[in-house]
Design a protein around this ligand. Sequence first.
Ligand code: SF4
Length: 411
Amino acid sequence: MLPEGWSGLSTSSENAQSNVVRRGFGLKAEIRESLVTDYHSALVEKIKARGNTLQVGRLTFRLAEEFGFCYGVDFALNLAYETRRKFPDRRIFLTNEIIHNPRVNLRLREMGIEFIDCSSPDPNKFSHITSDDIVLIPAFGAPVHEYKQLQDKGCLVVDTTCGSVVAVWKRVERYAREGFTAIIHGKYAHEETRATSSQASKYEGGKYLIVLNHEEAACACRYIVEGGDRQAFLEKFEQACSPGFDPDNDLQHVGLANQTTMLSGESLEIAEMFREAVEKRYGAEEVPNRFRHFDTICSATQDRQDAVNKLVREDVDIMIVIGGYNSSNTTHLCEISSMFKPTYHIDDADCIISATRIRHKPVDRAVEVFTDQWLGSGDVTLGFTAGASTPDRVVGEVIDRVAQYVIPNDR
Ligand code: SF4
């Protein structure tokens, strides 16, 4: 179900831009079968129908109550498939990745969609795009200047930006309009946060500061309360603040926002840290004039975090978290799970290598590792969750592979 505010995805003036499409091409029925073939899992449906539990031999498989594709990913993929169907002979490009899932991105490449790496500041990255081309904007959105470059090219822009991301953009825009610096809890290099922070540039003098975690938030809060070494501050946040940022001036009025997929509890704590800092520095009576906060974690992220929190507190021995290693929301599911249970983050079914060996990425490591005897012996309950960008089909294949490869060898 779409969240409240989804209709905020486009405005009448945006709809008037003839080279931007945000609503699709009316081909939902035509692409439905392809989407089902590529991403649906009969096994997952079967397990859901049985109360999210399946018993196979000595193993019990348990699914989180919420996992996998969110409404934003559904929307983005529908639009991408409709675009291919509508324009079978046109060149179609995509900025970055549509979502952070290797299987999904591979499928789009197979459909002839070409990916443009926008992580570099290369000013010529769109030089090969012509007015005859089509460019898909992913669910994370795109920075304001990239969006404008593409529109200036005269190409057709098919914008799959999630409505929940657009809701955060509106918040950041409003902060900039009202003279507040947007403090964004997120990862400065993440596509969504790059797009979100760029919204501040829509207003002259608009400012932002991106904080990754408690430590960076504490550093900024200390500066609010006590001031500090301006140069050291700017060096620390060199990549994470707007051009010309001045901590002496630009931390006097702050508005909190976040990347939609961060840990919701951490975002709330960081907001409270800033509120307290403002109160300490300026007094309680000034807080309403100098501090703004709206929780911008999306409901899909919240639902998946709540569900994994519930599952790991139940009768589960081992958790499997499935999703792209560069998927922010999947990584956070992993962080939650790892606090309670042995957890294996895998990105596809082939990570289940054999009856006894698994390839996975621990939450505190940048690369994959191999673990032997991961499944133990005797009766074991395996809990499963998957990020918002993980197709059910991958979840089903993982479960099937564990059952196929592990169970016969246990006997
Ligand atoms: S995780 Fe949330 S913000 Fe991201 S695409 Fe899904 S619904 Fe949208």
